[in-house]
Ligand binder design. Structure first.
Ligand code: AG3
Length: 283
């Protein structure tokens, strides 16, 4: 019985969440970040970047359901999708379940993340070899959106790390403006929006949300249960030029896709956008 633990620290090291390490699978300093993959009995294989847990086999279904399905239920006609980050493949896997989607461009800055996940986490990464509509590029997402033509995507999913390190530029007004420009009229932007419980996370969410609100006429936030992120509850932003995530929800059309999902459903969709008062207060 080993006594090796991975801990993620919050609140200036006053609080930590620990997972016992049953196996060290991968440790690498990439050109962009420190990449670690471990195995835990309960959570399975998990990936850590710069000390922060990104994805575990046990709870990734929640995050990946919620980054993808709410947008598809608001605009079921989405055809062209851009994914930024998401090197584990979970986001692309969920997007690829929609046969009506024609093209999935994915821009990941760190090839090492994809390679490590291909080796150790096939449940999320198998999509990279099995999906012909997926065009995976190793490039800087910030630069990619700057150079992309106007109105070229119906949906942009920003599955990034926190706003420190390689993910930082993805939390700027310039980036959101480029996203706005390259989205179609009914376009939707979903982005990783941090937590709202611990002080550091609150600040980040507040800043990010204020910037999105400046850029998009519709800017909302929705939450979901994530046992391995700080506080166990995390958020995505929903921003759009024209569609409201509740008023424009299309339940009948979404049901027609016939997808089985373990977390997402249409009642939960509405509930996820209902926010606690302490979260409403910071938006
Ligand atoms: N993307 C990162 C989510 C935020 C993690 N932050 C944290 N633990 N403080 C997850 C990648 C899943 N495809």
């Amino acid at each position: 019985n080993s006594d090796l633990w991975f801990s993620e620290y919050y609140m200036d090291d006053d609080v930590k969440l620990s997972l016992k390490i049953d196996e060290v699978l991968h440790v690498e300093q990439t050109p962009f970040q420190k990449l670690e993959m471990f195995r835990n009995e309960t959570f399975g294989v998990f990936m850590v970047l710069d000390g922060y847990t990104q994805v575990t086999e046990k709870d990734e279904f929640v995050y990946h359901d919620m980054i993808c399905h709410p947008a598809m239920a608001v605009n079921p006609n989405i055809k062209n999708v851009l994914i930024i980050g998401a090197g584990d493949g979970g986001t692309a896997r969920e997007v690829a379940r929609y046969k009506t989607i024609e093209k999935i461009d994915m821009v990941e800055i760190d090839e090492a993340v994809v390679r490590a996940c291909q080796k150790h986490m096939p449940t999320t990464s198998a999509v990279f070899t099995s999906e012909p509509r997926l065009n995976l590029m190793f490039a800087d997402g910030l630069k990619f959106v700057k150079e992309a033509p106007d109105a070229s995507y119906d949906l942009i999913l920003v599955d990034s790390t926190d706003p420190a390190g390689p993910g930082e530029g993805l939390f700027t007004v310039g980036f959101y403006q480029d996203c706005y420009r390259i989205l179609t009229e009914n376009g939707i932007l979903i982005n990783q929006h941090e937590g709202a419980f611990y002080e550091g996370d609150i600040e980040e969410m507040k800043k990010a949300h204020a910037k999105i609100k400046k850029t998009f006429p519709i800017a909302k936030v929705f939450g979901f249960n994530t046992p391995t992120y700080a506080s166990g509850y995390w958020y995505f932003g929903f921003a759009s030029k024209s569609l409201d995530p509740i008023a424009d929800l299309k339940p009948e059309e979404w049901k027609k896709f016939g997808l089985t999902t373990r977390y997402y459903n249409l009642d939960l969709h509405k509930g996820a956008f209902a926010l606690p008062n302490y979260v409403q207060d910071i938006l």
